[in-house]
Ligand binder design. Structure first.
Ligand code: ATP
Ligand code: MG
Length: 634
């Protein structure tokens, strides 16, 4: 067994909540809320009361057959009804539900009432196509309103949706559709990407030749480029034609709390993507509660999560969370730096975005431009910021805090996964913040750090992140692969403790510092170091924009660190800079951080959701097979 290093990250800054934040906050006392969360069933049932149930649950948590936990059993509910129908009898009826914006600056606004009508029509049309409760519907769509409408229509009639990210190639697409046995596929003529239109339909045409379960392909006329309804398939129909003339009301299907809601494949940072299955009621309660309390959602907030709907962040916090709370959700189709790196800030200014949620990869990218673009626009409307997807380096956190949030917006660093469905470790707006730490488990979440034997590690030591009690939005299985479900997540510790696969360290205040994935951990001279810690040290140097590190075997030292770095504008990797970097990292991390090579690169291998894929770097280094690359960025 390897020894742990001493506390590596030495980040000591603490940011207390500002008065304006405290005054508005739904949760004013985070310690009290955490106390309340200790009574799991009471805590989550109170949250569940806020929705409209067709029939109330008998049992909040059924843990008879661990780890196949069930939530709100006996309850009957429809998630789309709670996200849309519920609002049309209220003052929100004419409020914008979806604010769609694209890189060309075009916008579309859809009110709750309009959304209601459109979801109903499409739901009826799907029924006419023969889609029934429990059938699977897939999408390969841009970030556009019809994607949200399609998913909500599925949910309304009890069909299971399975979104395929629109940037995936034919092979990855085919695997996912066939795995999920989808009956209907939604696609579009194209999607806007950096001034071009990507012909999604052509990719879909090629893919579906290998997808025998697809009976109908629904094509959304999104960009207006001329397309042919392919004669090859004979299974296609335009979206507009499909919904035309359909009745404007559709009775929601009364779903059992535990009926499947969707299948979604993970981003594949560590290996072959897993088909994660989520169910209805627990997911709904978990997602809405976390969004409400972590981002303190109030009426007249303008919520913008930049995550793509092709990933879990988009499912939970572009569609379901915001609509369940009756807020306006921004749906943006485009890149963070096109037509220029000020495009996001321009949107914040124009529409008055109040809550903004993005990924560290985007922040690190935009931070290269200093304050040039953040200073160009008025960002005063922002109240709370957030990040998700990877550990955020303290350096990037500070840039975001100072230049985007103008030192008045707390940053919610939310740790969670496709599997968890909802945020599990995150500050609330009133939690004192430490840059680079996701702070504390959300109320009701029992997270801990353990060693290989499952024993809790002392404060300050690193170990494996585990969740010791169930939570409502947890995934229920891996689709058609129960063995892998048990094997990967539950087998290790007693069968009922969830192993997240990430390394973490808890500090003296109980704050969690994610150190990276356990697969990416470096074992240097008998010490265990998280990749995130070494990379943070690199990014803390003014010359470095991004870094990825791997362990490389060394005949003498066992393993040394090899670093791949992207330099900021104006720097060159000369001998002096290499020396500087080595000294800097050694100074930050201590003598343990034995650096082998440092190489300069223009790009790092990333998943299409923006996460660094260190396994690709390792495989390349060893001259091994790259493994599953279906989600690797071009
Ligand atoms: P795969 O499981 O196929 O390798 P993936 O883990 O990248 O893919 P996701 O479920 O999208 O797929 O990502 C979850 C992971 O992202 C977490 O396990 C963690 O490693 C990382 N992550 C998410 N949020 C944070 C955060 N706030 N801080 C640190 N890491 C985070
Ligand atoms: Mg994962």
């Amino acid at each position: 067994m390897v020894r742990d290093t001493a506390v590596l990250l030495d980040e000591k800054r603490v940011f207390e909540p500002k008065n304006e934040i405290l005054e508005r906050a739904h949760v004013k006392n985070w310690e009290e809320e955490i106390e309340k969360g200790k009574n799991l069933e009471k805590y989550w049932s109170e949250k569940a009361e806020q929705f409209e149930w067709f029939q109330k649950w008998d049992k909040v948590l059924d843990d008879d057959n661990k780890p196949f936990y069930k939530w709100f059993t006996g309850g009957k509910i429809n998630l789309a009804y709670n996200a849309v129908d519920r609002w049309i009898e209220t003052e929100k009826r004419n409020q914008v539900a979806i604010l769609y914006i694209n890189e060309r600056g075009e916008e579309k606004k859809i009110t709750y009432y309009e959304l209601y009508i459109q979801v109903n029509k499409l739901a009826n049309a799907l029924k006419n196509l023969g889609v029934r409760k429990g059938d699977t519907v897939s999408t390969y769509m841009p970030m556009c309103p019809e994607l949200l409408i399609a998913l909500l229509a599925c949910t309304k009639i009890g069909a299971i949706h399975s979104v395929v990210y629109s940037g995936l190639s034919v092979g990855a697409f085919v695997d996912r559709i066939n795995d999920a046995k989808a009956k209907v596929l939604f696609t579009a003529d194209g999607t806007y990407r950096r001034g071009k239109i990507i012909d999604l339909k052509a990719i879909a045409d090629e893919a579906i030749l290998q997808c025998p379960t697809i009976e109908t392909i629904v094509v959304v006329n999104h960009t207006g480029i001329p397309i042919q309804i392919s004669e090859l398939s004979g299974r296609e129909i335009f979206y507009e034609r499909l919904v035309d003339g359909e009745p404007a009301y559709c009775e929601p299907e009364w779903m059992d709390a535990e009926d499947p809601l969707f299948i979604l494949y993970t981003s594949g940072s560590t290996g072959k993507p897993k088909g994660v299955l989520h169910t209805t009621a627990g997911y709904m309660v978990g997602v809405a509660t976390t969004l409400r309390n972590i981002f303190d959602i109030h009426d007249n907030d303008l919520w913008w999560c930049t995550g793509d709907i092709g990933w879990i962040t988009g499912h939970s916090y572009v569609i379901y969370g915001p609509l369940l709370l009756g807020t306006t959700t921004v749906v943006y189709e485009g890149a963070p730096d096109y037509p220029d790196p000020g495009v996001w800030w321009k949107i914040v200014e124009k529409y008055g975005v109040t809550k903004f949620y993005t990924a560290p990869t985007a922040i690190r990218h935009l931070m290269r431009f200093g304050t040039r673009y953040t200073d160009l626009y008025n960002l005063e409307s922002l109240r709370i910021l957030g990040t998700v997807g990877e550990p955020i380096n303290p350096e990037a956190w500070m840039w975001y805090y100072q230049n985007v949030g103008k030192e008045k917006c707390p940053i919610m660093d939310t740790w969670w996964q496709t599997e968890t469905g909802m945020h599990l470790i995150s500050p609330l707006p009133v939690t004192p913040l430490k840059p680079g730490s996701a702070t504390l488990p959300f109320p009701g979440i029992d997270a801990d750090v353990v060693d290989e034997e499952g024993n809790p590690v002392p404060m300050g030591k690193g170990g494996y992140l585990v969740i010791k009690k169930p939570w409502p939005a947890m995934f229920r299985t891996l689709y058609k692969d129960e063995d892998r479900f048990l094997d990967v997540y539950w087998k290790e510790y007693s069968g009922c403790i969830y192993k997240a696969g990430d390394m973490v360290r808890k500090d003296e205040d109980g704050y969690f510092w994610i150190q990276g994935r356990s697969d990416d951990v470096l074992k240097i001279a008998g010490h265990r170091i998280g990749s995130a810690e070494v990379e943070s040290a690199f990014v803390g140097h003014p010359a470095v924009a991004e870094a990825a590190v791997i362990g490389k075997s060394d005949p003498i030292k066992g393993e040394v660190i090899k670093a791949f770095i992207i330099l900021r504008e104006g720097y060159e990797l000369k001998t002096q800079l290499i020396e500087d970097l080595k000294n800097h990292v050694r100074y930050e991390l201590g003598p343990v951080a034995v650096l082998g090579e440092i190489v300069q690169v223009d790009k790092l291998p990333k998943t299409r959701s923006g996460k660094i894929m260190r396994r690709i770097l390792r495989a390349q280094e060893m001259g091994e097979d790259l493994g599953d690359t279906s989600t690797l960025e071009e």
